[in-house]
Design a protein around this ligand. Structure first.
Ligand SMILES: Cc1cc2nc3c(=O)[nH]c(=O)nc-3n(C[C@H](O)[C@H](O)[C@H](O)COP(=O)(O)OP(=O)(O)OC[C@H]3O[C@@H](n4cnc5c(N)ncnc54)[C@H](O)[C@@H]3O)c2cc1C
Ligand SMILES: NC(=O)c1ccc[n+]([C@@H]2O[C@H](COP(=O)([O-])OP(=O)(O)OC[C@H]3O[C@@H](n4cnc5c(N)ncnc54)[C@H](OP(=O)(O)O)[C@@H]3O)[C@@H](O)[C@H]2O)c1
Length: 479
């Protein structure tokens, strides 16, 4: 009901021409953003450009910025990380303050932020993952792809992530781009990773990996995959790696191709080509293999006979599609051998603070074009759910910036009375003994990482320990 009223309100007022409406802006508009991923930086960029005299403070739980651009994007995709240059330009504006190592819900409450600022934008992403809830999911080496990504990308909480690569058969559950990222990392020749910003510990473990066969398993068919063409092409072009598909999965696919929208059509044509090239007989078991498996859902995980607490095989249910393209079980099952299972069925947001209006079922903060209520906004994956690339996150975040701008200029957010902003919050953090990291401090971390990387032919050697990050940030952590 509340949201419906809000919808009516905003459909009439949100996109009015950019001119001051009713309020007399007498104080400096103070806005804070929680999180420092793409959604945060793009929202900040828009606000600094359009709201006169605005001050934007970004509070980030880690001592380092950039969210999934640093901790999600694969190390062998350096070009994607160029967005960091744009974010850095925004961060260097005198109107922006970065405050790292501060967690909403632990160091600060939403109430405190709302009292200190005229407006709060929540952009803290989705840093948990979905689970299957299946028998045997707790076995060793049934792991989360999200944590595997965090491990190779240097997320401090995943440094000691327990993954055993001393196995030949691995399975990845899910047909999204994260699934292909982790499959590619497992099958890429180690020499190709040496010059990336992959963490030292992951490089070392991958160089000893015995994983040769990776089955990427989806519950639906070739027409329903969630991954995109560039990522599929990379898999098909992996050196010394054979792609294996079951031609029966493609029986009805080819006839559907002409009616598909262009991006899906091109992706499906490439899948069909891969199926055509798939070897028909036995494949040399010593070769590296990427298996694309369709119409299979996991049912349970069984322990290995040799190492009882560790996964050795997985039971799969065979599916078909109903009229709505949902996967429905046929009643048949099959067993596949796998000493490593990576669950890659999507990320999940959480309620960081009890005052955050959170829809547990849908896993996001309900909003209309980023507006939760005047003065409270949500940007990025926390608003949309964990889907979309940096470009779509940018579009959504610019929309949130426009909504905040419209509310400030119309007086729906009253900025006539001064708010203390960081003066109050900084004092609170200091009283609570929280060590904070400024942008200058981050630049020291950045310089040390780049210098360490240079010594080993990498763009950077990421620091993976929070205490070391903090020491380096104040110039006492070595070079
Ligand atoms: C593995 C992976 C690979 C990807 N690769 C690509 C790619 O190659 N190309 C592409 O275009 N897109 C890619 N994406 C998608 C892209 O990363 C997202 O679209 C984008 O990062 C979402 O931005 P966000 O700001 O909403 O969230 P995030 O990037 O997750 O940023 C959220 C930030 O909030 C911080 N935070 C969390 N909780 C708190 C708290 N309580 N208090 C304070 N701060 C907090 C986090 O530390 C983080 O810095 C990838 C996604 C994943 C998962
Ligand atoms: N290179 C890149 O550009 C890049 C890299 C990584 C991530 N990203 C983006 O980041 C976003 C998140 O990626 P993601 O791979 O985590 O998520 P995703 O794209 O949503 O894919 C999730 C996959 O998991 C499957 N799934 C969900 N629940 C399941 C269940 N209970 N049992 C079996 N399978 C299940 C889904 O199948 P159904 O379709 O049947 O639900 C789908 O195949 C995406 O938008 C992605 O494009 C981009």
């Amino acid at each position: 009901m509340k949201l419906l009223r809000l919808g009516h309100y905003y459909s009439h007022h949100c996109f009015l021409p950019r001119r001051r409406l009713t309020s007399t802006v007498t104080s400096i508009p103070k806005i804070c953003i929680v999180g420092s991923g793409p959604a945060s930086f793009y929202t900040a960029q828009h606000l600094i450009k359009t709201v006169p005299r605005v001050e934007v403070d970004i509070y980030e739980q880690l001592p380092v910025p950039f969210g999934l651009v640093r901790f999600g994007v694969a190390p062998d995709h350096p070009e994607v990380k160029n967005v960091i240059n744009t974010f850095t330009k925004t961060a260097k504006s005198p109107q922006l303050r970065f405050v790292g190592n501060v967690t909403l819900g632990r160091d600060l409450s939403l109430k405190e932020l709302r009292n200190a600022y005229h407006a709060v934008v929540l952009a803290y992403g989705a840093d948990k993952d979905r689970e299957l809830g299946l028998k045997g999911e707790q076995l060793g080496n049934v792991v989360s792809a999200r944590r595997f990504v965090g491990w190779y990308n240097g997320l401090p909480c995943d440094t000691d992530f327990p993954v055993n690569l001393d196995v030949e058969e691995a399975a990845v559950l899910g047909h999204g781009n994260v699934a292909l990222d982790v499959a590619r990392l497992l099958l890429t020749p180690i020499d190709k990773l040496k010059s990336t910003d992959i963490t030292e510990h992951a490089l070392e473990a991958l160089s000893r990996s015995r994983v040769r066969h990776v089955k990427v398993i989806g519950r639906r068919g070739p027409l329903q995959v969630a991954f995109t063409i560039k990522e599929l092409r990379e898999m098909l072009n992996l050196p010394d790696c054979i792609t294996v598909c079951n031609p029966f999965d493609f029986e009805t696919v080819r006839s559907a191709v002409p009616n598909l929208e262009r991006p899906r059509r091109r992706l499906t044509e490439l899948l069909c080509k891969a199926a055509d090239l798939s070897p028909s007989g036995n494949v040399d078991s010593n070769s590296r293999q990427f298996h694309l498996v369709f119409f299979r859902s996991p049912l349970s995980f069984q322990p290995s006979p040799d190492v009882p607490d560790t996964v050795g095989s997985m039971q799969l249910e065979v599916n078909q599609l109903d009229e709505q393209q949902h996967a429905v079980p046929t009643g048949s099952t099959e067993t596949v051998q796998c000493g490593l299972v990576l669950r890659s069925i999507g990320y999940r947001s959480t309620q960081a603070d009890p005052d955050v209006p959170f829809d547990i079922d849908r896993g996001h903060i309900p909003n209309i074009s980023g507006v939760v209520q005047p003065g409270l906004y949500v940007a990025g994956w926390l608003a949309t759910g964990p889907i979309g690339v940096i470009l779509s996150t940018m579009t959504q975040a610019f929309g949130v910036g426009r909504a905040v701008e419209a509310d400030v200029s119309s007086g729906r957010v009253d900025v006539s009375q001064a708010r203390p902003g960081h003066t109050a919050i900084g004092k609170l953090l200091n009283d609570r003994g929280v060590t904070t990291v400024s942008w200058k401090d981050w630049e020291r971390i950045d310089a040390v990482e780049q210098s360490r990387g240079k010594n080993v032919g990498k763009p950077r050697e990421k620091i993976v320990d929070i205490n070391e990050m903090l020491a380096v940030s104040v110039g006492t952590g070595g070079t």
